[in-house]
Design a protein around this ligand. Structure first.
Ligand code: PEP
Length: 261
């Protein structure tokens, strides 16, 4: 069992107002404070980050950003830099999310974003995942390339701040998550691909999250049978009380109180 499970909430472009964002952040923070085996990272849209950061130290709770600029500063209209995020109290950034890849992000761009985030002292949730699954198993080579290319600029001293999120694109925003047995296979594969790029010790240490239609019903089962270190949660992360039930279920793993499907 990992030291603590990591549950990352990707709010996407939700909620509609800052007041709603404050409520979701506050509820997530309060629940996180009661957890024993679970760390929570809430990733609001950029506009709601200041309202979501707590002035007081929050136990088991951090704020992440959904993206970061690949540039350090200067004439880049619309961009938000890693140092700016850090100065707001952000600790994590998501990079390589499939929705950003669909909007034009290439592995090269993702690698630049990751490089800037690591330089600023942030941790990175690097997303990888195939768009489709073919009988031929071509998704293995596809994911291996994504890992190799998008982490191309990660130096040895910074690789411990990389967390991998395996998100099969076809399972994001879908009705059902991937089957836990398949998740297990992919989490092993993703660790192996990381080990091939950074050495066996790094492969053993890297945390792997699963993302794609996780909810309060399937969360604990995915962690237990999928043998992942945590979850990247989209829709359910802004749905209260669903998210609080999800966190309780994950925290209850191994105590006889986990809610599994
Ligand atoms: C995501 O946005 O990364 C995600 C996994 O979304 P959902 O949980 O809604 O499928």
């Amino acid at each position: 069992m990992p030291s603590k499970y990591l549950v990352v909430g990707n709010w996407k472009m939700h909620p509609a107002t800052v007041d709603e964002a404050k409520v979701i952040a506050k509820k997530s923070r309060l629940i996180a404070g009661k957890l024993v085996r679970t760390e929570v990272v809430a990733c609001p849209p950029f506009a709601f980050i200041p309202a979501s950061v707590s002035r007081t130290q929050a136990e088991n709770f951090s704020i992440g950003a959904q993206s970061v600029s690949g540039d350090e500063g200067g004439a880049h209209t619309g961009e938000v830099g890693a140092a700016m995020l850090k100065s707001l109290g952000v600790s994590y950034v998501i990079a390589g999310h499939s929705e950003q890849r669909a909007a034009g992000d290439t592995d090269e761009m993702i690698s630049r974003r990751i490089g800037r985030a690591l330089d600023a002292g942030l941790s990175v949730i690097a997303c990888v995942g195939e768009k489709v699954r073919e009988e031929s198993g071509s998704h293995f080579a596809f994911i291996k390339e994504q890992i190799k290319n998008s982490l191309a600029n990660v130096s040895e001293d910074k690789r411990s701040r990389i967390i991998l999120a395996y998100e099969p694109v076809w399972a994001i925003g879908a009705q059902d998550a991937m089957a836990p047995e398949q998740i297990y296979e992919m989490s092993l594969f993703v660790k192996k691909a990381f080990a091939d790029a950074f050495g066996p010790e790094a492969g053993l240490k890297v945390k792997v999250l699963y993302g794609g239609s996780v909810n309060f019903r399937n969360a604990a089962d995915i962690i237990v049978r999928g043998k992942v270190d945590g979850l990247l949660v989209g829709r359910e992360s802004v749905n209260m009380p669903g998210f609080s039930e999800l966190l309780k279920a994950v925290d209850g793993i191994g105590t006889g109180q986990a809610q599994t499907a």
